[in-house]
Write a protein that binds this ligand. Structure first.
Ligand SMILES: Cc1cc2nc3c(=O)[nH]c(=O)nc-3n(C[C@H](O)[C@H](O)[C@H](O)COP(=O)(O)OP(=O)(O)OC[C@H]3O[C@@H](n4cnc5c(N)ncnc54)[C@H](O)[C@@H]3O)c2cc1C
Length: 311
């Protein structure tokens, strides 16, 4: 569990210590490429010229539009950060809560962070009224609707199509800008960190590329590297999401009644395995095969599960 402000500040400091020039509160406004140069204009009136650009400007960023990123799944996530007293904070130490929601593929979460709890809900975009009602109900049931939230936000999360581009010429995309987000959990921080690392190395190779003939293979190589690791994870999470949206009761029963499945889920939440690790088990493969033969479940969502982790 981290506060994003602290994680982001630590990453920015690490980048600065490694030699990056940090320009805070500066937005890219336009981007164009000519010959072997990318020209970036900012809202502060600067014009920057680069041999390579990595767009990591999030899911609503401009670089994704420039590169032509295409999405297979768009969800709305609503989240509140609520202060809690010391007793509640102690009770929640080392625990997270996930609850399967009433809308297809939706869930709610409570993540404790010391004297604050982050709680939210996510579901497919397109039914904001139902999602807001679910959030209100969820926060009330968790006793989090009383205190005034420190933050109350809503954002879209986007998952790429497998064939969506990851580069256009010397411009690469990483993280949410590339729509690299887990279909099921909608987690994207680890995807952003890992694709950012790969994109940084690819950008360095683009800078030293001798000529245009070397550029295309470099961008292609970045796409393959992303696909080999993150694409595999996204395909597995897409399969789990299909299974979960079709038959949440089956997924819930497997996760809570079968100890190996529970241990995998716990390991996933604690960051020791990926959704691909869950879906690679013979049990998950059998469940996927079974679910495709079953009619779509109509029952209401199963109950919440708790995971005790070493978070
Ligand atoms: C409510 C909610 C809860 C979530 N919870 C989790 C979670 O618990 N765990 C998890 O792993 N993931 C979670 N995610 C997903 C996660 O937030 C993202 O996947 C992750 O932040 C992606 O990182 P990023 O650096 O690619 O993009 P972002 O974190 O969105 O960062 C993009 C940055 O680019 C900047 N920017 C935007 N436009 C421009 C521009 N034109 N010029 C310059 N800069 C620009 C933005 O200001 C921002 O600083 C959640 C998402 C939502 C919406």
């Amino acid at each position: 569990m981290v506060y994003r402000s602290e994680l982001d500040a630590a990453l920015t400091e690490a980048a600065a210590a490694a030699g990056a020039t940090v320009r805070d509160s500066t937005a890219l406004t336009t981007l164009e490429q000519e010959s072997r140069t990318v020209t970036v204009k900012t809202n502060r009136g600067d014009t920057l010229r680069a041999r390579a650009v990595v767009g990591a400007d999030g899911s609503a960023g401009r670089v994704a539009r420039y590169v032509g990123v295409q999405c297979a799944q768009v969800d709305l996530a609503l989240e509140a950060e609520v202060p809690v007293d010391e007793r509640t904070a102690d009770r929640w130490r080392g625990r997270v809560l996930m609850e399967w929601g009433p809308l297809p593929g939706s869930f709610g979460w409570v993540f404790p962070k010391g004297d604050v709890r982050t709680a939210g809900v996510v579901a497919a975009r397109g039914n904001p009224t139902a999602l807001r009602a679910y959030k209100e109900d969820f926060l009330t049931r968790q006793g989090l609707n009383g205190p005034r939230p420190l933050h109350d936000t809503g954002h879209l999360t986007r998952c790429r199509r497998p064939d969506s581009p990851l580069a256009r010429g010397r411009v690469l995309v990483a993280g949410d800008a590339a729509a690299l987000v887990d279909h099921w959990s909608r987690e994207g921080i680890s995807y952003a960190l890992r694709s950012g690392d790969l994109a940084g190395h690819a950008a360095a190779r683009l800078v030293t590329a001798a000529d245009e003939a070397e550029e295309t293979p470099t961008a292609d190589h970045y796409g393959r590297q992303v696909d080999d690791v993150l694409g595999v994870e996204m395909r597995a999470s897409g399969a789990l999401m299909n299974l979960f949206a079709r038959n949440p009761g089956l997924v819930h029963t497997a996760l809570t009644r079968l100890p190996p499945a529970w241990r995998r889920l716990d390991a996933y939440i604690a960051g020791r395995t990926s959704v691909a690790g869950i879906m690679a088990t013979p049990m998950a493969r059998s469940a996927t095969a079974l679910a495709t033969r079953l009619p779509r479940a109509r029952e209401s969502a199963p109950p919440a599960i708790r995971s005790t982790t070493e978070a």
